[in-house]
Write a protein that binds this ligand. Structure first.
Ligand code: FAD
Length: 483
């Protein structure tokens, strides 16, 4: 679907961070008449709004937080733009690239240099050369020679039976809709390898996440050019990926600016009710909005807190109630002095501790080295449970235990957890066992005038691209309904 962006208008967000209408009117029913209300100002909501306007619909966007972008969130931390949310634009991201280009945003390669890993497993630090023979490597047989950081990818690549991007929805593969751990156990993977695989897995937990869903993600990554499981997915070895110059969040911000309709921030939707041939949504701030159609892009976990009248179909409700997301937290550190020169181990660390992965990075201009600690899945709960004011001490103490040479050389400067975010809850929706079979259709299917988009309704694509692909689907569903 080609975009035609002729009319630019500045984003209707006042200095207070409120939408212009809500800032100027009393707590009452909004009087801007629109055809469609879009809930969520992430990529899927904004792209839906852009496409709908292009098709002649009047649209408003209602967003819970005080900013645009959802899980695309950039922040200047110590003079460097860091991506708290989505970082990489994959090579098959046609929609993301197309919209960025049309909005005049410059894309640049992701060229951060990441130092190689040393491994900290069972309270011992080791470099890769010694991993296979070390006596705290408790994996078995051929597993022993595989770096802990590559174990899961190696076996997912080895066993992936999906040959095309659509296969994950084919009933021929529904027997794989079981916990990933059960599947791998059947293949003879040892308990220790399974424990290590669960460290940095991009889902909540391998004991929960559907093997079929993991294989679908591998197929999508392979389609995106990631073909060698022995290479790290990120870092200097990665398939060339891109980002938006100045921060990825500039993309959703520019998308919001391009809209004719209003974008209302700080508007947490609490209920959606159908009456008098229209839907009325009510927000926590007392505002209500009416329209014939609603596009809902909030993550499923956030949908749990919205009341629907009439109720949504049973299967959709079950999918919402049972939804779980793959958590992710990042902690940012400054390096006051190099610590790896002192002990001789590779600078970055892959660990089986609650901080999981410690990426020591060099900025593209060589200006500084800094650290991102990256925690995935349910381990983020451990990080989330650390009180904010104790976080710095907790991280530095843990690092000093893992690697005494870090003592006095590091400084924690910021942290962000998506699992602790009330409206984001994680990197992506995590299909549990049996959920693909039971819920994949129900999650995305429309219900009367309600249409459902967002990354969680993904089909062939990943992450940001999946979010935008879902916008095309809902817009064509609305066009079908109105033609
Ligand atoms: C740390 C991290 C790293 C990632 N890395 C990548 C990557 O490298 N590449 C990639 O392609 N993808 C990546 N992703 C995934 C990508 O960010 C998401 O797939 C995509 O941004 C989701 O867009 P969305 O519009 O579906 O959802 P969201 O961006 O979550 O938008 C939904 C919006 O709905 C709002 N909302 C929620 N509840 C309500 C409510 N009750 N009322 C009103 N509004 C509400 C939310 O505040 C949010 O703004 C990453 C995600 C994270 C968290």
């Amino acid at each position: 679907m080609a975009l035609r962006l002729t009319r630019r208008k500045s984003l209707k967000v006042g200095l207070s961070g409120l939408g212009i209408i809500s800032a100027n009117s009393s707590l009452s029913h909004s009087n801007d008449r629109v055809d469609v209300t879009v809930i969520g100002a992430g990529l899927s909501g904004l792209y839906s709004a852009m496409l709908l306007e292009e098709q002649g619909f009047k649209v408003r966007v209602v967003e819970a937080t005080n900013e645009i972008g959802g899980r695309v969130k950039s922040k200047n931390i110590n003079g460097h733009i860091q991506e708290l949310g989505a970082s990489d634009i994959g090579i098959m991201y046609a929609r993301v690239v197309d919209v960025a280009d049309k909005l005049g945003l410059e894309r640049v390669p992701t060229d951060i240099k990441v130092h190689p890993f040393s491994y900290y497993v069972r309270d011992n630090l080791v470099n890769l050369n010694n991993w296979e023979t070390s006596n705290f490597n408790k994996t078995l047989g051929e597993e022993r020679s595989i770096p802990p950081s590559r174990l899961l990818m190696t076996y997912l690549f080895k066993y992936n039976p999906l040959k095309s991007l659509e296969d994950w929805l084919d009933p021929r593969f529904s027997h794989l809709d079981i916990p990933l751990e059960d599947y791998l156990k059947e293949k003879g993977i040892s308990d220790e390898a399974l424990r290590l695989m669960n460290v940095d897995v991009n889902c909540s937990d391998i004991r929960y996440s559907s093997a079929l869903s993991r294989f679908a993600d591998i197929a999508r990554l392979q389609f995106g050019g990631y073909l060698n499981a022995s290479k790290e997915q990120y870092g200097s070895d990665a398939v060339i990926l891109g980002k938006i110059k100045g921060g990825n969040q500039r993309l959703p911000e520019a998308m919001a600016e391009s809209l004719q309709g209003n974008v209302y921030l700080n508007s947490i939707v609490r209920s959606i009710e159908f009456s008098k041939k229209e839907y009325e949504i009510k927000c926590e701030n007392g505002k209500s909005y009416s329209s014939k159609f609603i596009v809902i892009t909030t993550p499923l976990t956030s949908l749990k807190n919205i009341k629907f009248s009439p109720l949504l179909p049973k299967e959709k409700m079950s999918a919402i109630q049972e939804a779980r997301y793959s958590g992710v937290a990042k902690i940012y550190l400054n390096i006051k002095k190099s610590f790896w020169d002192q002990d001789g181990f590779p600078a970055s660390m892959w660990t089986d501790t609650p901080i999981e992965r410690v990426f020591v990075r060099k900025e593209p201009d060589g200006s500084s080295q800094n650290i991102i600690i990256w925690v995935n899945g349910d381990t983020t709960k451990k990080i989330d449970s650390v009180p904010k004011n104790e976080m710095k001490e907790y991280i530095l103490n843990l690092l000093a235990k893992i690697r005494p040479s870090t003592k006095g050389k590091l400084e924690v400067i910021d942290s962000y957890s998506w699992s602790a975010n009330r409206f984001g809850m994680g990197d992506s929706y995590d299909y549990g066992p049996g959920h693909i079979t039971k819920f994949s259709k129900a999650i995305s299917s429309s219900f009367n005038g309600l249409f459902f988009a967002g990354e969680h309704t993904r089909n062939l694509d990943l992450g940001m691209e999946a979010a935008m692909a879902s916008s095309e689907r809902v817009v064509s569903e609305i066009l079908d309904k109105t033609s």
